[in-house]
Design a protein around this ligand. Structure first.
Ligand SMILES: Nc1ncnc2c1ncn2[C@@H]1O[C@H](COP(=O)(O)OP(=O)(O)OP(=O)(O)O)[C@@H](O)[C@H]1O
Length: 281
């Protein structure tokens, strides 16, 4: 596995938070997207940041990474005030945004080398990390092709490679599995697991709770820009008296009424149709 992924300096367990965001408020005009959000992620955690569509996950990531400033609240990342010293934080954090914007007229290899140089790596280091990360994301065969020629899943994998190029201590991934086929998803999952084993702190948003279930040590569920509950996955399961993260999610988020589909303009179900297996409520 990646030779440059040296673990960050050891911290006494449970004593320092990689992300400590308190009372975050973000408004877009009159709409309040984040409404006093609390987000605490211990160093070394693999944190699944969960919530329904529109809950405020991407907005939170935009605030954590300095895309927007908060209207209220504080953000400490890796012990640094991220609002006052955003550049110090950026050097140590990797980000895979949900909406990718890559340089289309570079090849995959050139793009990664460019990102590495932006983070101050020298030419030789940049080139060798690009090669290594192309391999780790199964993109070596596309290294010489223009990004414009990449499929959606390949772009997502390239963005993941780019986020790791400076060996960040903390990586934020907004829907990294979106558009990725099942085989590539396995590759990315193992890469994230390996980063986690090496002490890198990870924040992952995903709507695929099975992925969160398999990877996360910690989780937080938000809705309407507020944290409903967060903590180690085991504690969350116990607290809500259920055995899966999915069940924790469903207990916290009211099941939408739309789930009991009624189709008035179709006829009644035909008598001879084999009923589909009903999902458990
Ligand atoms: N630039 C913006 N201007 C106005 N409203 C915005 C803007 N960005 C986000 N919002 C609103 O803020 C809320 C939170 O959006 P956000 O994208 O953070 O949700 P999310 O949890 O990431 O959702 P999804 O799971 O669908 O990606 C939504 O109601 C959204 O419509």
């Amino acid at each position: 596995m990646a030779s440059f992924m040296t673990p960050p300096p050891a911290e006494p367990a449970g004593q320092e938070l990689a992300i400590d965001a308190r009372g975050l408020v973000k408004r877009f005009g009159t709409f309040t997207a984040l409404d006093g959000l609390e987000l605490q992620i211990p160093r070394g955690a693999f944190y699944a940041f969960l919530g329904p569509n529109g809950a405020g996950k991407s907005t939170s990531i935009a605030l954590l990474t300095g895309v927007y400033g908060p209207d209220q609240g504080t953000i400490r990342m890796l012990g640094v005030d991220a609002v006052a010293r955003p550049l110090d934080v950026k050097q140590r954090v990797g980000v895979v945004p949900e909406e990718l914007s890559l340089f289309e007229r570079l090849t995959g290899r050139q793009y990664l080398t460019f990102c590495a140089r932006m983070y101050g790596l020298d030419g030789a280091q940049a080139a060798s990390r690009a090669v290594e990360l192309l391999e780790l994301t199964e993109l070596t065969y596309k290294a010489g092709a223009l990004v414009a020629e990449y499929s959606k899943g390949m772009r997502r994998r390239l963005a993941i490679a780019a986020a790791l190029i400076h060996a960040p201590e903390l990586v934020l991934l907004d829907e990294p599995f979106e558009g990725i086929d099942v085989l590539a998803a396995g590759v990315i999952r193992e890469l994230l697991r390996e980063l986690s084993r090496r002490g890198v702190t990870l924040l992952l948003t995903t709507h695929v709770l099975e992925i969160a279930e398999r990877l996360a040590t910690h989780a937080g569920v938000i809705r309407g820009g507020r944290m409903l509950d967060q903590g180690p996955v085991e504690q969350l399961r116990q607290r809500h008296g259920v055995s899966t993260l999915e069940a924790v999610f469903e207990k916290l988020i009211a099941v939408p009424a739309a789930r009991n589909a009624k189709l008035s303009f179709y006829g009644e179900p035909a008598a001879n149709v084999v009923p589909l297996r009903r999902e458990s409520a």
